[in-house]
Design a protein around this ligand. Structure first.
Ligand code: ZN
Length: 303
């Protein structure tokens, strides 16, 4: 009876769970886990696994396989892309030391986002709710780190010639990590905060506020929208934000395509995997924006 455990607390007490080989349906998941899973992805779940079983389950085709691959493969690609930028792209653009530092911050945060998401999806079938919510918290914290890291890189370019504003905004970016780390990673808070319906409520408004203040400050500092330096960040926020909002609505709220074709996309092609690819597209758009900003700096700004 290895890997088999009777869960008396489950509504369907009497069933055996925990087989590393057995895939189950959404209806067979523990009640607490159903809150976090998409009910329209009806099959292909593993559940009630130990830590070692979760790691071994990465070799098995489940409805999490695509979620892992759509972020672990880009993580490898971004590692190669980062090395390419540092050895080819930035030297070719005659970048200075700051360009290398900014690029390193950007690629490090990308790895943080992609690998923390991968970790969450590997440990999604874990039997312990605290391990599951820690993984989910890590996933969400990775998103926050990336948003703040991108803001930090734009601050570095935008206020290159102002030590005061540079230090102020960089300190704000670092300081904002603390409450988010508590919200998503501390065991006392993550049970209450990291629920699907609270994700945007928790992440969005404080970050939107800081980004808005930065945009207004940049507008005043650089003399209005006529300045490319003032315009580039809000423009990319709109474009990149549009990608994320559209993907979130389509693939998370509307649950396309699994709502339209129940059961057909349970393993490959369900909405969360499309959401992952939209995130990767957004990351590539930020990389492009940083190069545009770098070019503007070289042409127009000298302190
Ligand atoms: Zn995910």
């Amino acid at each position: 009876m290895a890997n088999v455990r009777l869960k008396l607390s489950d509504p369907g007490a009497g069933r055996f769970t925990g087989s590393n080989d057995k895939l189950c349906s959404y209806d067979e998941l523990p009640v607490w886990k159903k809150i976090y899973m998409c009910p329209h992805v009806v099959s292909g779940y593993l559940t009630d696994l130990s830590t070692l079983q979760c790691l071994k389950s990465t070799y098995k085709l489940t409805n999490e396989t695509g979620n892992v691959l759509t972020h672990v493969v880009p993580a490898v690609a971004f590692l190669i892309l980062g090395l390419y930028d540092h050895h080819v792209t930035i030297p070719g653009r005659h970048g200075d030391d700051m360009d290398y530092v900014i690029s390193a911050i950007y690629f490090t945060s990308c790895q943080m986002l992609l690998l923390s998401s991968t970790t969450y999806h590997i440990f999604t079938p874990h039997r312990c709710r605290s391990v599951f919510t820690l993984g989910l918290g890590l996933d969400l914290f990775g998103i926050v780190v990336t948003i703040l890291a991108v803001l930090s890189t734009f601050v570095a370019y935008c206020f290159k010639c102002s030590v005061f504003w540079q230090m102020l905004y960089q300190c704000v970016c670092v300081a904002m990590l603390v409450p988010y780390a508590a919200m998503f990673l501390h065991p006392k808070y993550r049970f209450h905060w990291v629920r699907p319906e609270n994700r945007l409520v928790g992440i969005g408004p404080p970050l939107a506020l800081v980004c808005s203040v930065f945009i207004a400050q940049s507008y005043l500092y650089h003399g209005g929208w006529a300045s490319d330096t003032a315009w580039i960040y809000p423009f990319r926020c709109l474009r990149n934000g549009g990608i994320y909002i559209a993907a979130f609505v389509l693939f998370h709220i509307k649950n396309i395509p699994q709502v339209w074709f129940p059961g057909r996309f349970d393993y490959v092609g369900h909405g969360h995997q499309w959401w992952h690819m939209a995130v990767v597209l957004g990351l590539l758009d930020w990389r492009d924006a940083l190069f545009v900003f770098q070019s503007i700096q070289q042409q127009s700004l000298s302190c």
